[in-house]
Design a binder for this molecule. Structure first.
Ligand code: TGC
Ligand code: FAD
Length: 393
């Protein structure tokens, strides 16, 4: 259960008037699920680095896996604002829960739906939508994070199969995945996507231990040592870096919404605490310095909500550009991490305790500000869009 009444979740600019009844119902059902399934156990899971039991199947059951994937493949066929609202509600619970859903939806189901063959869609999408299969997405490598175009993982055509070699690092859900969408270079040096299945000889997924962030999520490596990948596992619909980067557009969009949820959880907790906690004979919420913080939090959350609603409209119309998505990801993650850090101070010493969510969200957001393109990389994408000049090379 959240520490604050759910009615206090802010909608300062009446953005609900821009939502359909269906979108509001979807948000409410995910909010209810987060209250009953995530909130009671998330502190224990994060403190002790434990999985939330049966998480992927639970997410599948509430329609949070592949919400915008067509119904014929097991998705919910929803629009992009509904997808965003689902991400927001999940990340109000914890970034690890949103990560699980956004990797599966945007980084595994999206490329199979967008670039996969009919057989691949039928084979994998319904199981991924139900959470029966857990997927991971391998782009980042030990030597190549921000510059995936320089990746070393490669495959060769061996007649009746491909032979895959290389390694991916920092991969969400690698240790528990059933399949991995892996981006690798073909013998001409062009990037293509392969679906690698657990059990293929030479494919291992060692776990990355000792994280201070996203402790309720598994992170690991994908290691390929002469893995024989059947030819039918190549994604036929895309060649080039555009393939993986298109998936990132979808995941970055989801993160832009998701982090609003983490900010809301911190903001609402701080408001509630500031009304209850008395010092110098009155609630600390009555002091101007605390009000300044709370007023700024609400202003920033409201601005982030407006960015997302309009970006969602543009996504629905297929007009959102990658640079517009970068702006929202960068702005909203920074907004959320600032609110997590500052709101912790409103709780004084209590702010460092697991009973309250700020330290957990702040620590999680240290990953979120780095993955899916770092804060600085997104700034350079915006800079390039403004000037037409590429600061990367
Ligand atoms: P560049 O030469 O600019 O572009 C290469 C080709 O890609 C196209 N392109 C895009 N296409 C679709 N969407 C985008 N966002 C695109 N950006 C570029 C581009 O048009 C070009 O196409 P073509 O047909 O002309 O070949 O590429 P570059 O090598 O200079 O790199 C550009 C840069 C730095 C922006 C890009 O590499 C980048 O975004 N780097 C950041 C890497 C990143 O975000 N990695 C994320 C890994 S996945 C992850 O973190 C998951 S965490 C999940 C969780 O747990 O929630
Ligand atoms: P680097 O690229 O080495 O960057 C280091 C620093 O240099 C950063 O501050 C960066 O902004 C800066 N920098 C780099 N280039 C420039 C430049 N041109 N100009 C100025 N500054 C620059 N990846 C996946 O493929 N799949 C996943 O599922 C996945 N999950 C992840 C989960 C977690 C918990 C984490 C932490 C990461 C995950 N990642 C995943 C990897 C993530 O996308 C990368 O960490 C990220 O893209 C940055 O790469 P890097 O860590 O190698 O940093």
């Amino acid at each position: 259960m959240s520490y604050y009444p759910l009615q206090s979740i802010p909608d300062y600019y009446m953005m609900d008037s821009l939502l359909t009844e269906e979108q509001k119902l979807i948000r409410q059902s995910v909010r209810d699920w987060v209250e009953s399934y995530v909130m009671p156990v998330i502190d224990d899971a994060a403190q002790h680095h434990k999985d939330l039991p049966n998480l992927m199947k639970e997410l599948g059951a509430i329609g949070a896996l592949g919400p915008y994937i067509p119904e014929e493949y097991g998705g919910a066929g929803l629009d992009q604002i509904s997808y965003g609202l689902i991400m927001q509600e999940l990340e109000r619970g914890d970034s690890a829960v949103r990560s699980a859903a956004s990797v599966q939806s945007s980084l595994v189901m999206f490329p199979i739906n967008e670039f996969g063959s009919e057989e691949q869609k039928k084979k994998y999408l319904p199981k991924l939508a139900a959470g029966e299969f857990i997927g991971s997405f391998g782009l980042t490598e030990p030597n190549h994070g921000s510059d995936p175009g320089a990746m070393e993982t490669h495959f060769s055509d061996e007649g009746d199969h491909y032979l895959l070699n290389g390694a991916k690092m920092w991969i969400t859900n690698a240790p528990v995945c059933d399949i991995a969408v892996v981006w690798a270079k073909n013998s001409e040096g062009k990037v293509q996507g392969l679906i690698v299945e657990r059990g293929m000889e030479g494919f291992t997924t060692p776990e990355t231990h000792n994280k201070w962030s996203l402790r309720a999520s598994r992170t690991g490596e994908l290691v390929f040592s002469n893995v024989k990948v059947p030819k039918e596992n190549l994604l036929p619909g895309v060649t080039g870096l555009r393939g993986p980067l298109s998936c990132l557009n979808s995941a970055r969009y989801g993160i832009s919404w998701g982090v609003i949820g983490a900010a809301i959880d911190c903001y609402c907790t701080a408001v509630q605490y500031s009304k209850e906690r008395k010092q110098f004979g009155k609630p600390i919420g009555g002091f101007q310095l605390q009000q300044k913080k709370l007023a700024e939090f609400l202003t920033e959350i409201t601005k982030a909500q407006l960015l997302c609603i309009q970006l969602g409209n543009m996504k629905n119309n297929h007009t959102a550009t990658p640079a517009q998505i970068s702006m929202a990801k960068r702005n909203n993650v920074k907004m959320a991490i600032d609110i997590a850090r500052e709101s912790r101070q409103i709780l004084g010493g209590m702010g460092i305790m697991g009973e309250f969510p700020m330290m957990r969200h702040a620590a999680n957001l240290e990953s979120v500000i780095t993955y899916e393109g770092t804060h600085d990389i997104h700034l350079l994408i915006t800079g390039m869009d403004i000037t037409g000049m590429n600061a990367f090379s």
